[in-house]
Write a protein that binds this ligand. Sequence first.
Ligand SMILES: [Zn+2]
Ligand SMILES: [Zn+2]
Length: 340
Amino acid sequence: MDFSPGVSYFFGQLSKAFFAPGSHASLLSLAGALLIALGFLFVRRYRKGRRIRVKTMLRALFPRHIVTSKSTLADLGYFYFNIFLFGLIFGWALLSYEVVSHSVAEVLTAAFGARQPSALPAYVYRTAITILLFLAYELGYWLNHYLSHRIAFLWEFHKVHHSATVLTPLTNFRVHPVYMCVFLNILALFIGTANGFGDYIFGQSTRQYVLSENNIILVFFIYVYVHLQHTQLWISFTGWLGHLFMSPAHHQIHHSRNPAHFNKNLGSCLALWDWMFGTLYVPAAEPEKLEFGVEPDRPNAHTIRGELIAPFGRAALLLKHLVERLPQAAPLPAPEQKRA
Ligand SMILES: [Zn+2]
Ligand SMILES: [Zn+2]
């Protein structure tokens, strides 16, 4: 059996993930996150008048109990699994972004008539569509995340992400393929609709600004703090900033086992949608004591059986209970017996 196409596909995906500058796992963005984390620790220790030593800083960034945790090992497995699978899942998305976008533009044209191509300079409408698509991405992300927490069936597949007991940038990739599939379809719907709307308004097909096919504003956030959301570093935005942006502390609150924090901070880079829909929890400036994970003593946490396969069984059981509770059709009356 020839495995070489699979092997070259895997290495192709891996090099795209690490070396495409706009990728979610680019080495450049990870280096950026590391620099910001070092800067944060430096300032914190300096303000407290503590000695600044490289060894202490490295120990604070990579604590042994996190690096050697079973949870981190599972995150690593998920990272490789999803790098390999992502291209394939992408093809599973039932809704296509292009089809949605085209349909929305056509419906608007049929309803309100065709518009003349915009006379504005290209950078103006390209900037507008870049912002619009970023907001649509964030709203789609929020809705998918909200549904994943609120619908028991979907929660079974999202729980995998929450079963991490320590957070590292790799935890970002700890997602179940079913979660990813639902997410991509919801994104196609939101981004496709926004793009079709933009095309109609500007009277022509308008392209957003991208880096390695990723929205440039999203890439900015990946470089600045998305990686730090899955760390133990309490970098918190408070006040008005905390109402607009999802700081690392916001997302750590999202992973907390404290019931007061359940179903809060569902956004990706922005806190704006959480604020609007009442799911925002602005973290304090000083660190809160948090524990992460969902079921601390689950025997199969961090294993393939417990995290990839078991969610199918639990979700099927939920569906079965749901079907059983549906009102049953009334039995037909027995035909009257003919008298002899
Ligand atoms: Zn969640
Ligand atoms: Zn997370």
